[in-house]
Design a protein around this ligand. Structure first.
Ligand code: ADP
Ligand code: MG
Length: 216
């Protein structure tokens, strides 16, 4: 039987993302206080809380509509550079998802790839620039490679989450070349990028939701 991510599992992903962001908010803000303006935790809590509030009142239709609504909500509530980038991620994911109530593994892969490409198109960051792309890009690359190798979705998404974590940690010694942290020049080295940290939470939350859906 093909593995799928149902609209319920996607909602669970978003709830999990929001609650994990809340748990890690102080850390995200601490990271941003070292190389930015100390608002990344609060920005993300505000945005993900608005997403959850919308999920709770909205009746779900299709994956495409749900993800687009999430993107719009994030654009209008997160603020900062990350607001438009996370918003773009979900809008592009939605635009590249089917009008149905679930995603199969290759549909999920396509949607995630489109989301990451959207962030790259908007922010012009490449791997090594010390941004959320350092976590997102390897995650999607590893997901694709793992699925192509014939591994199942839940193992593949777990590998993607591990790649995001490695990518996040790889930002520590880097000098930032994009975003607010780049104003610091060499002084941005020695700290994990806050957006790479929140993006890792996003991928880990997806892995946990796929895992749970699989166990049912
Ligand atoms: P701001 O920098 O406006 O205060 P946040 O603190 O919420 O916004 O988000 C900062 C994060 O946004 C950074 O840690 C980085 O990961 C991400 N970011 C900033 N600029 C870019 C960009 N051009 N491309 C990708 N990610 C970026
Ligand atoms: Mg900031």
């Amino acid at each position: 039987m093909p593995e799928t991510l149902t609209i319920d599992a996607i909602q669970q992903w978003l709830h999990r993302f929001a609650s994990e962001i809340t748990t890690q908010a102080d850390w995200l803000t601490e990271l941003d206080s070292a190389i930015g303006d100390a608002d990344h935790g609060t920005n993300m809590v505000r945005g993900t809380a608005a997403v959850v509030a919308k999920l709770d009142v909205r009746s779900t239709s299709t994956v495409q509509e749900l993800l687009k609504a999430v993107g719009m909500t994030l654009v209008s509530t997160v603020g900062g550079a990350s607001g438009s980038l996370y918003g773009t991620f979900f809008l592009e994911m939605g635009r590249n998802s089917p009008s149905s109530v679930q995603l199969d593994a290759s549909e999920l892969e396509n949607a995630l790839r489109a989301g990451v490409n959207g962030v790259i198109a908007r922010g012009h960051a490449a791997v090594g620039d010390k941004t959320m792309i350092d976590a997102l890009e390897p995650a999607v690359t590893v997901l694709s490679r793992s699925l192509a190798d014939g591994r199942q979705l839940h193992g593949s998404i777990a590998a993607a989450a591990a790649a995001a974590t490695t990518g996040r940690d790889s930002t520590e010694p880097l000098v930032a070349r994009k975003g607010r942290a780049s104003y610091l020049g060499d002084r941005s080295a020695g700290h994990i990028d806050p957006g790479a940290a929140s993006a890792t939470i996003l991928v880990a939350a997806l892995a946990a939701s796929v895992d749970e859906g699989n166990a049912r």
